[in-house]
Design a binder for this molecule. Structure first.
Ligand SMILES: Nc1ncnc2c1ncn2[C@@H]1O[C@H](COP(=O)(O)OP(=O)(O)O)[C@@H](O)[C@H]1O
Ligand SMILES: [Mg+2]
Length: 254
């Protein structure tokens, strides 16, 4: 690895203010951070500390009040809606807490959806192969024709992960992807994300309140009240016990 690595993603002094009626909420109060290509980072912090707001801004789903987001060397803060939509499609994949699958579509069709939305046919040629490879990568081989209601919750979330990975985006952003799963199925989802990171070099940003999930990351940013309070470097390792992270969080009084 070279000693100077160009970040794939940078947040530069981001602020976000929400105005509701005559009341303003400072959701982000000056967040700066950078993520290296192929890195797995986690955002932790209490409810309301700005994690989801930041993730949406990093993925071009929302705009900051001030500051900049630089993705693959490109400042995306000032994009038009059309440009932002295109960037989202081409460079980011999202995984949400509540899977967001289309009930009437089977696994193959749900995973191929980003291609369908982009106006290409996911049932033919190279795209068909990529859809199958994404299904195989999340261990759903053989379930291609199942609809979401014919899958367990963990399997449904793995379909959502496959859909996020299928376009081979620069960045996968996951907001509490295990928040609706029990420990065992949550672990399956984390293992799939981890594998895409370690084996394919996929860059991942994971929002979670669960130290066991955050322990999969190389680095953990701890948010407090719209700011990065602390950064905990775990490093790349073969096992993902949460014990060292929990000890560090305890030292910080969290
Ligand atoms: N669309 C919105 N409109 C108004 N306030 C919002 C909106 N989204 C988030 N907030 C507020 O911004 C703050 C940060 O929220 P959020 O980013 O969802 O935090 P987290 O994901 O860490 O729980 C909270 O005070 C929340 O109520
Ligand atoms: Mg949130």
């Amino acid at each position: 690895m070279s000693s100077v690595q160009v970040p794939i993603l940078e947040a530069r002094d981001l602020t976000k203010q929400y105005v509701v009626g005559d009341h303003a909420v400072e959701a982000l109060r000056g967040v700066s951070l950078s993520v290296a290509p192929g890195e797995f980072v986690a955002f932790m912090g209490p409810s309301g500390s700005g994690k989801s707001t930041l993730l949406q801004i990093l993925g071009g789903l929302d705009r900051p009040t001030s500051g900049h987001v630089v993705l693959e060397g490109r400042d995306i803060s000032g994009l038009t809606d059309t440009e932002a939509t295109r960037l989202r499609r081409e460079s980011t994949g999202f995984v949400f807490q509540f899977f967001n699958l289309i009930p009437l579509l089977d696994v193959r069709e749900n995973v191929g959806l980003p291609f369908t939305i982009a106006g290409t046919d996911p049932t033919r040629g190279e795209l068909r192969d990529r859809v199958q490879a994404a299904i195989d990568a999340v261990d759903l081989t053989g379930k291609e024709r199942n609809r979401p209601d014919q899958l367990s919750a963990g399997e449904q979330q793995r379909v959502a992960v496959a859909r996020a990975l299928v376009t081979r985006p620069a960045l996968v952003l996951a907001d509490e992807p295990t928040g609706n799963l029990d420990f065992a199925t949550g672990t399956e989802v984390l293992e799939v994300l981890l594998r895409s990171c370690h084996e394919q070099g996929q860059t991942i940003v994971l929002v979670t309140h669960d130290a066991k999930a955050a322990a999969y990351a190389d680095r953990v940013f701890v948010f407090v009240d719209g700011r990065v309070g602390d950064e905990i470097v775990l490093g790349r390792r073969a096992e993902h016990s949460a014990t060292p992270l929990i000890a560090r969080l305890a030292q910080l009084g969290l």
